[in-house]
Design a protein around this ligand. Structure first.
Ligand SMILES: O=C(O)CCC(=O)C(=O)O
Ligand SMILES: [Fe+2]
Length: 199
């Protein structure tokens, strides 16, 4: 093989990393439009008995039934914009499955982050497919087994790439985007999902 595999096979996981999934100039235009057009929010999360501001900006879009529970609160989806719907259709074609919601995360700099979690909410059902589009600055994405504190693998998610997680991944693995002191260009991540069992 000419290049080191950015993603070796991990037991009980099915991950595909597709660098350059979309033309870089088109990805640039998506990034700019989404940063400007999205009504960003910074919700408060109730964790360990205290409220914390989410360390990033977020927005939730989807079909009307795609409600989403997050830290005890139910979030109604915003209606699809033409651009998000166009991106959704491209992603659906890639993964061969319909998707009815997307979570947008805006990491403004290296101090914005997402803590360890699995995307295993009951609304997503068994073996959920999560298709994650990366726009803007690169960030390190870490993986560890559920129940372990040791990072087993890290990969750099680059502009215009798509990371697809499917099969048993969410039931056996957690992921994070950690804070970093390195300078980071603003980054958007869009995780497309299928809410199978709406609340
Ligand atoms: O920003 C990322 O790459 C991860 C986002 C994520 O894990 C999520 O939205 O559930
Ligand atoms: Fe996630």
């Amino acid at each position: 093989m000419l290049f080191a595999d950015p993603l070796p096979a991990l037991a009980d996981a099915e991950l595909d990393y597709l660098p350059g999934w979309v033309d870089a100039a088109l990805a640039d235009s998506w990034l700019q439009a989404l940063v400007e057009q999205t009504p960003w929010q910074q919700p408060e999360l109730f964790i360990h008995g205290r409220y914390h501001r989410t360390p990033r900006l977020t927005a939730w879009y989807g079909d009307p039934e795609a409600r989403y529970r997050y830290s005890g609160k139910i979030h109604e989806p915003l209606p699809w914009t033409p651009l998000l719907n166009e991106i959704r259709q491209r992603v659906e074609k890639e993964v061969g499955q319909s998707l009815n919601a997307v979570l947008l995360n805006h990491y403004r700099d290296g101090q914005d982050s997402m803590g360890w979690h699995s995307d295993a909410e009951p609304e997503l059902g068994r073996d959920p497919l999560i298709a994650s589009l990366n726009l803007g600055g690169s960030r390190r994405f870490d993986l560890r087994r559920v129940g372990s504190t040791r990072i087993e693998h890290s990969l750099t998610l680059e502009h215009a790439s798509l990371l697809v997680m499917r099969g048993p991944t969410q039931h056996h693995w957690q992921h994070q985007v950690a804070k970093t002191r390195q300078t980071c260009a603003p980054r958007l991540n869009l995780t497309f999902r299928l809410i199978r069992f709406p609340l």
